[in-house]
Design a protein around this ligand. Sequence first.
Ligand SMILES: [Zn+2]
Length: 204
Amino acid sequence: MPWVRQSCFRCGRNLEHLDLEYYQETLPLCGNCLNSAPQYHSLASVFYYQYPLPKLIHKLKFGRKLYLAKSFGYLLSKRVGDQNKPLPEALIPMPLHYTRQRNRGFNQSMEIARSVSQSLGIPILSSVCQRVRATQAQSTLKAKDRQKNVKNAFSVDHLNGLHHIAIIDDVVTTGSTVDELSKRLYQQGVKIIEVWCICRASLT
Ligand SMILES: [Zn+2]
């Protein structure tokens, strides 16, 4: 399995080619994030989006193999539970537009969040974020069009003084979607946003 072993703590980009002991880095940062960091504070991923993950994620989403969400969530909770830092107060699953959720019958990020919540004892905020625009599937678009595609895609309700949250997502590719949701969450007073995902595309 393509486990993530050494990645940029801000964006999750693969940094396995770097000798971090030489640099004495405890929180490795990639060159892209030095120039322009993402909106969210950090990203933790279990796997890179390489074989066999695209196949497994497809089985989960389109083959309704929900047991995969349970296992993925368990692995994710192991990954983030070992980080030796305060855990977030709540989990926010990446929302789907309701027509997509209705067609699929479930939201895979919610199913993953349920399993993380069970392992780490962090509550899920399931209805504070809505996807208000039915956007084109990000996987069909190039990087710069992805940013445009998700602009103003979300609405977020008042979060009652929540300070630290984690967004749960299945696959993060360029990060434009989590970036856009992060902007809305900051507007509601959140101060620290972590992204916890199952897969991070390794080449972006
Ligand atoms: Zn980075």
